[in-house]
Design a protein around this ligand. Structure first.
Ligand code: NAD
Length: 396
């Protein structure tokens, strides 16, 4: 079977397994070029199969030399479906880590469930040396079943207070279209907080602490996004922003638990990148295309793994931490630099169908978007036949 990129809206319908291998290898090579630093030794990454979670796992393993556990929700090969990108990222990460003598254990299933927490804790106790010293919460999900009452909550990407309109990109037609975000009901706001807020991060930390598997001095973080004025109505001021505020409130509770262990817990605000989760948010594609252009021109653009490398080396394990008034760690300081934002704000209102590819880095946005699913890599034979039976034999 041949696999070509196909999309429905911003959802990728297929994936190239060997392109994903290239993606993982390039992340590892990027860390290799930057060099090793002293940091974590035993890392647990919840949401470790793609985006920021995978980048964190790569930096933990190949930057710090840590053994890692990754928890993710991914689908494998079934019939003509070749699995999700994260499925393959797990397989290739493990392969590369083991080549270097590192332990890389993947758990695939629902991180929100009690069973997953128990399974991971049991594994840490029995086979992972008994404790972890770095726990990163990097889930992005649209649904969550609360183990307390068995109810399933669905998050809503909506605005709060009034309907919001904003330009976004139709990637198939390469045209600017108007994206509308409906106003969320109170129930939708509450459901989004349930899914993307901090409750589950707190449940993880409570379970890990109660089981005695957090090492003395252990650190934990969850990733958040703030974004500039340009996206405020849609992101910060919308349902997802409300969920992130809940994450920050839970982060303060988590910090108190961690402090008792001589460690710390904090929320980290990361820069905007192209991931499976982020392309979904209206306005973000156009903002990111402009941001990439401005940051690349000024030589301060970072990929996910470069961003997490700087964050972990300088701000987690080094002494160059940037924080804000709320105690959040801010590796997004380069994105939020007033000079960068002023230029982005100047360009954004000018973007139209004719200049999309010249005054923005739409090409860079699309390149990243394709690469998340293993497309667009040099050296991969995209015309070659893939054998799904053979691919089904790979194990994570
Ligand atoms: P992503 O879609 O690339 O990764 C999400 C991860 O969550 C995957 O590993 C997926 O398998 C896992 N996951 C989802 N549901 C799960 C479940 N029920 N059980 C187990 N695993 C599950 O997303 P991302 O963009 O890297 O986002 C990760 C975090 O980073 C989010 O909190 C997001 O808000 C934050 N963040 C993202 C950006 C950005 O621009 N992408 C910027 C700043 C912060």
């Amino acid at each position: 079977m041949k696999v070509k990129p196909e999309f429905r809206g911003m959802i990728a319908l297929n994936v190239h397994p060997f392109g994903c291998r290239q993606a993982v290898r390039e992340q590892i090579a990027s860390v290799g070029r930057r060099g090793k630093f002293a940091g974590c030794k035993k890392a647990l990454i919840i949401g470790g199969s793609s985006g920021y979670g995978l980048a964190t796992r790569v930096v933990s393993a190949f930057g710090c030399g840590a053994d890692t556990i990754g928890v993710s929700f991914e689908t494998g090969v079934s019939g003509k479906r070749l699995g999700s990108a994260g499925w393959w990222n797990n397989i290739w990460f493990k392969e590369e880590a083991e080549k270097c003598g590192l332990v890389a254990r993947n758990f695939v299933g629902d991180a929100f469930s009690r069973e997953m927490k128990d399974e991971v804790i049991d594994y840490i106790k029995r086979e992972f040396g008994g404790q972890v010293d770095w726990v990163v919460y990097s889930l992005a999900s649209g649904r969550r079943t609360d183990p307390a009452d068995g109810r399933t909550y669905t998050s809503a990407l909506k605005s709060i207070g009034c309907e919001v309109e904003g330009a976004t990109i139709d990637i198939n037609k390469k045209k600017i279209v108007t994206g509308r975000m409906a106003q969320a009901s109170d129930e939708e706001i509450a459901a989004t907080i349930k899914v993307m807020g901090g409750e589950d991060w707190l449940l993880w930390i409570e379970a890990l602490a109660a089981a005695g598997v957090l090492a003395r001095g252990c650190k934990t973080t969850a990733y958040s996004y703030d974004g500039p004025k340009a996206t405020r109505a849609i992101y910060g001021g919308g349902t997802i922003g409300a969920a992130k505020r809940d994450l920050e409130a839970k982060g303060r509770e988590i910090d108190r638990i961690m402090k008792r262990l001589g460690g710390e817990g904090f929320v980290t605000v990361c820069r905007a990148i192209v991931t499976k989760a982020s392309v979904y948010i209206p306005l973000l594609p156009i903002y990111v295309s402009v941001l990439f252009k401005v940051m690349k021109e000024r030589g301060v653009h970072e990929t996910a793994v470069e961003h997490i490398y700087r964050f972990m080396r300088d701000m987690v394990y080094g002494n160059r931490r940037v924080t804000d008034d709320e105690g959040r760690v801010r590796p997004d300081n380069w994105e939020m630099d007033p000079a960068i934002q002023a230029e982005v704000e100047r360009i954004m209102p000018q973007v139209n169908d004719d200049n999309l590819e010249t005054i923005t880095d739409f090409a860079g946005f699309m390149d990243d978007f394709l690469k998340i699913n293993g497309f667009g890599y040099e050296g991969i034979d995209y015309d070659g036949e893939l054998d799904s039976d053979e691919l089904a034999r790979y194990r994570y």
